[in-house]
Design a protein around this ligand. Structure first.
Ligand code: 5AD
Ligand code: FES
Length: 329
């Protein structure tokens, strides 16, 4: 296992890149195999009460047209995704208080009747909310820590608290969710040392999924003039995470593909074993603009499903047809 100083050296030393990527790929193959899990992503509301300085959905971005998808329409996308072979659906949104327990619990129950696993990614909620979602049948929850550097966290997340984020992660674990976290790479004032701490934090908490993506500046945010994160550095962080947590699920993130036209395939060959294609239609896709130049904004669910399958097959891998839980080794 890598120590903090070893992680820092690996991240700083470019001559290690090729070794690192191919070693992560070997570990991936040994522990989670050649099957790639697809998770169908439903971005059901872009309304958000938060003001995270990097995010295009932030409350203060008044230029964005906001939408909420009704439960019936969400269910329609869910059914279509299941017919396309998805075994996991991810319901993601901004932090939108409209979606109370009263709305989400029946929706979760309906989706769970479709014989799929269900992941929620809807931000910080109370223990009671999480408990209600879990009891309704939700299997997994994604909430990135974004950065473990407390000063940076504070600077980037006005009116939010790092402690509450930790509380969410710990509540979710207590309730028996599979818990996913992750971080952004290349945030302004983020150091290599703090990224090493992020990796150690993931290891310590033994999360079931970790998503890592490069920071991409959005024009309608306070970070519009900041430097973009590095694709290579994000990939290296992902590879180190695979080596340190060999049996977890790691997505090839959409943000990686935004910075490199072959980003998801490169990620799949450097430790990743999950892809999360969008399963909604284009009227919503372009409005879920967390960062600019998101991929697939003019596509439809069928197109993405077959596109990604072809890409995955082209590197000798196959699509998994099981639910894709973490199998602890
Ligand atoms: N660039 C890249 N990723 C971003 N996210 C939010 N804003 C950006 C951005 N500008 C990521 C966050 C969040 C996830 C849904 O999207 O890490 O957790
Ligand atoms: Fe959407 Fe390729 S995954 S077009």
């Amino acid at each position: 296992m890598f120590s903090k100083s070893e992680i820092i050296n690996l991240l700083k030393d470019e001559s290690q890149n090729d070794w690192l990527f191919s070693y992560a790929d070997k570990i991936r193959q040994k522990y989670v195999g050649d099957k790639v899990h697809l998770r169908g992503l439903i971005e059901f509301s872009n309304i958000c009460k938060c003001t995270c300085k990097y995010c295009g959905l932030r409350y203060e971005n008044k230029d964005l047209k906001r939408y909420r998808i009704s439960s019936n329409e969400i269910l329609k996308y869910a059914k279509n995704a299941v017919s396309l072979g998805y075994k996991t659906l991810v319901l993601q949104s901004g932090e939108d208080s409209f979606y109370t327990q009263e709305i989400l619990v029946p929706l979760i129950k309906e989706i769970k009747k479709l014989d799929v696993t269900l992941t929620l990614s809807i931000g910080e909620r109370s223990f009671e909310d999480y408990k209600a979602f879990r009891n309704a049948g939700a299997d997994r929850y994604l909430i990135r820590i974004e950065t473990t550097d407390r000063n940076l966290y504070k600077e980037l997340h006005p009116n939010m608290s790092f402690e509450n984020r930790l509380r969410c992660l710990s509540d979710l674990r207590k309730l028996g969710f599979e818990v996913g976290s992750g971080c952004l790479i290349g945030l302004p004032n983020q150091t290599i040392e703090s990224i090493a701490d992020d990796i150690l934090f993931f290891k310590e908490n033994n999360f079931d999924m970790i998503g890592v993506g490069p920071f991409i500046p959005h024009p309608q945010t306070p970070l519009n003039n900041s430097k973009q994160g590095s694709f290579e550095l994000a990939l290296k962080v992902m590879a180190i995470i695979r080596i340190m947590l060999p049996d977890i699920n790691i997505p090839a993130t959409t943000a990686m593909e935004t910075l490199n036209p072959n980003g998801r395939i490169i990620a799949l060959k450097s430790g990743a074993n999950v892809v999360m294609p969008n399963v909604t239609t284009k009227e919503y896709r372009k409005k879920y603009e967390i960062y600019p130049n998101k991929i697939c904004i003019n596509e439809n669910p069928d197109k993405c499903r077959f596109c990604i399958e072809n890409k995955i097959k082209s590197i000798g891998r196959t699509i998994s047809n099981d639910y894709g839980f973490r199998i602890k080794t």
